[in-house]
Design a protein around this ligand. Structure first.
Ligand code: ATP
Ligand code: MG
Length: 407
């Protein structure tokens, strides 16, 4: 007989189960609650888009576009890409679905994303994000609102300790251009000592050298020209109002002048919430202002700001969460009472009590099994001397309620 091999899961995907799945759900539920407090509207977005949605908005030379996208031609010969991030698709929808009429528009979503990366702890090929965006708002208050929301989320998840908000400004277009010229001049002078990747970035995207994880580059990043010397008065004022807003809201932050972020579309505010509790994958939440993005998709200039956070990384900080025990367990000790058991548990659940039914395996072991599960109440159905017996063993706080439902 030939043995059929079970297909293996795809490298970099995860099957999330049990206490880890509970932590994952806790992150999503907490995010849903917080986004309602901040009045962000929920959106559901397609998992794939035309490839150009990402290549044009993220920038051809970014790591994500140049080496991490899952792109393929569909049966009609069109190049499609599994979304590597949310922002570009949301920006596309803003333009194609007439969402301009709702500006300023606050939206939130969550779901799976796909990047062809080297899988390791905290880094997967299918991962999940929560995401929040404010589109059509050019004022620094929008940046502040998003940052205060992120801060509250981390606190409500109970993981804010040891997580730091690192903040930077990339300035407006003029500041950025002047800084860029200075960076090119500086890195040209040490070109031979940079990593091969960074030598390449020097031509295509010098800012990204600041984001390099290669130790050869890091040595020079420390002494690189800083954005502060190139900020226009407008950019300085904008940044000042963001930090004042954060102080007013009581959100702690630290300045990190070398923080750039890996995508082309950022302007002014850029930020990351980082921790040293996750090893190399320490960035849990990142975002910034992307005033230039809409134009790259053929729209009118539209200011916008947003952030995204990896659910897996947040869930790792949350730690394993126990699966809740049932309020009630219904034990059918005699198979003749199966329908009575089904009716009883349906009634309990319709009243809002969580309940499990134990009605299989050896009848004599069913009650012991229920006791081991540690529910607040056990209802057992048995037949003694030809009579149906319904007995209840319950904690005080739930007894009366269950009694009312089963009598
Ligand atoms: P990193 O520097 O870790 O590669 P990034 O800058 O590429 O992160 P973003 O594109 O800003 O990440 O995505 C926002 C968040 O999504 C990250 O802070 C992280 O929590 C999460 N994230 C990004 N890529 C992955 C991945 N491959 N696996 C798991 N989580 C990820
Ligand atoms: Mg990355």
């Amino acid at each position: 007989m030939s043995r059929i091999e079970t297909p293996r899961p795809i490298r970099g995907t995860q099957d999330i189960f049990g206490a880890e799945a509970e932590a994952f759900a806790f992150v999503v539920e907490t995010f849903e609650r917080v986004r309602k407090l901040y009045r962000f509207r929920r959106v559901e977005m397609p998992v794939f888009e035309k490839t150009e949605v990402f290549s044009r908005s993220l920038g051809e030379t970014t790591d994500v576009v140049s080496k991490e996208m899952y792109s393929f031609d569909d049966r009609g010969g069109e190049s499609l890409t599994l979304r590597p991030e949310f922002t570009a698709g949301i920006a596309r929808a803003y333009l194609t679905d007439g969402w301009q009429q709702y500006a300023p528009l606050k939206v939130a979503t969550h779901g799976p994303l796909f990047r062809y990366e080297r899988p390791q702890k905290g880094r997967y090929r299918q991962f999940h994000q929560i995401d929040a965006e404010i589109i059509g708002a050019g004022e620094p208050q929008a940046d502040v609102e998003l940052l205060v929301m992120a801060d509250q989320l981390l606190k409500e998840l109970g993981i804010a300790d040891g997580v730091t908000l690192q903040l930077n400004t990339l300035g407006d277009a003029d500041s950025r251009d002047a800084w860029r010229v200075a960076l090119v001049a500086y890195f040209e002078s040490v070109r031979g000592e940079l990593s091969e990747d960074s030598q390449d970035r020097l031509e295509r995207n010098p800012l990204r050298i600041l984001d390099s994880k290669d130790p050869r580059d890091k040595a020079f990043v420390a002494d690189a020209p800083q954005i502060d010397d190139y900020l226009t008065p407008h950019a300085q004022d904008f940044y000042g109002r963001v930090t004042e807003g954060l102080d007013a809201a009581g959100v702690a932050w630290t300045r990190l002048p070398a923080l750039v972020r890996g995508l082309d579309y950022y302007r002014h505010t850029a930020f990351e919430f980082v921790t040293d509790r996750l090893g190399a994958q320490g960035t849990v939440l990142g975002g910034g202002r992307y005033d230039g993005l809409m134009e790259s998709l053929g729209g009118a200039p539209t200011p916008a700001v947003g952030w995204a956070a990896g659910i897996e990384r947040l869930a790792m900080l949350v730690g394993e969460r126990g699966e809740a025990v049932a309020d009630v367990i219904v034990v059918v000790e005699d198979d003749a009472l199966m329908d009575r058991g089904i009716a009883t548990i349906a009634k309990l659940r319709r009243d809002g009590l969580s309940a499990d039914l134990i009605a299989s395996g050896s009848p004599r072991k069913r009650f012991d099994k229920a006791v081991k599960m540690g529910a607040e109440a056990i209802v057992s159905l048995s037949i003694r001397d030809g009579e149906t017996r319904v007995s209840l063993r319950a904690e005080d706080q739930i007894r009366a309620r269950v009694e009312g439902l089963i009598s």
